[in-house]
Design a protein around this ligand. Structure first.
Ligand code: NAP
Length: 281
């Protein structure tokens, strides 16, 4: 698949953060944006054996030459690596039209503990990597957006925020802070014509999601009882990202858009009834 030169997103330069492997939601987003003609760059977490960069290079070879896609090592807990990535992007492109934040981490133990038992350190870590990082990268990238006359920032969230979802403890706290950050950043960056929105995705089997106990049950429930009676894929998220990167969403900011097969409209009691019916009990 060569690089498309036309399409809804032709001329849009997009930085995608958080491709770990082919199952990553960030990779589904990359595929959708590429299909619609966007120009892409990536950040990845550097690790001693270079596994993530190798994964990314292999994935990019399906788009054409990996050399055509700027790539920067970036650990969002380290401001100097964020600055280095933005500076590298400035040299490569001299501006930016969209940034996709698909980065999250919580210690597996703190995910699976009851909320009252999350460790102080685990709570801080989840919030720093998964929520504070949005402010850190938005702040660093603002000058690049200003050079482009504005742009779009997209963050990924999960709806364990409005109602308690056992098994998502520390990450639920982080996602609540992330969604709040989306609204505050939308208010602050709007005058620079930078839009900030979140996509709230249904459960997708990825490396990070494998740490969430009960993901298989959630997917089974989604297939059997969610309004659209089907699970979502990373490409479903990617296709919504196409809209948010494009000028079609030019007056849309501060929102959380659900790509969850409609699960968020179902109340807990309704869910219990539907689940029992689906299981025939
Ligand atoms: P994923 O493939 O494991 O992606 C998570 C990414 O975050 C990985 O590339 C990971 O790199 C990166 N990361 C972790 N700590 C980092 C750090 N300090 N600096 C830079 N990068 C770091 O999992 P995913 O499910 O696609 O997650 C993408 C986003 O979607 C996350 O915000 C997640 O919460 C959200 N989401 C996922 C689901 C789902 O069901 N999968 C549902 C709703 C929302 P390493 O591999 O090196 O740690």
């Amino acid at each position: 698949m060569g690089k498309p030169e036309s399409g809804l997103l032709a001329g849009k330069r997009v930085l995608i953060m958080g491709v770990a492997d082919k199952h990553s939601i960030a990779w589904g987003i990359a595929e959708s944006l590429h299909q619609h003609g966007a120009t892409l760059a990536f950040t990845f977490q550097e690790e001693p054996r270079g596994r993530l960069e190798r994964n990314l290079r292999e994935l990019l070879s399906s788009f054409g030459s990996p050399a055509d896609f700027p790539r920067f090592a970036c650990d969002v807990t380290d401001d100097s690596t964020i600055e280095a990535a933005v500076s590298g992007l400035n040299s490569a492109w001299g501006g930016l039209d969209a940034l996709v934040h698909c980065v999250a981490f919580a210690d597996r133990d703190d995910l699976n503990r009851p909320f009252s038992q999350i460790s102080r350190q685990g709570y801080k870590l989840a919030l720093e990597v998964s929520a504070y990082s949005l402010s850190a990268v938005a702040r660093a990238a603002l000058p690049l957006f200003q050079q482009s006359g504005g742009g779009s920032i997209i963050a990924l969230t999960y709806n364990a925020v409005e109602k308690a979802l056992p098994g998502y403890s520390a990450m639920a706290a982080a996602k609540a802070a992330l969604e709040l950050g989306v609204r505050y950043l939308a208010a602050e960056m709007g005058p620079s014509r930078v839009r900030v929105n979140a996509i709230s995705a249904g459960p997708v089997r990825t490396l990070s999601a494998s740490a969430v106990k009960g993901i298989n049950a959630l997917r089974q429930w989604t297939a059997e009882a969610a309004p659209l009676r089907d699970n979502i894929s990373a490409r479903d998220v990617g296709d919504t990202a196409v809209y948010l990167v494009s000028d079609l969403s030019r007056m849309v900011t501060g929102n959380t858009i659900f790509v969850d097969s409609g699960t968020h409209v179902i109340g807990a009691q309704e869910a219990a009834v539907l689940t029992r019916a689906a299981l025939g009990s």
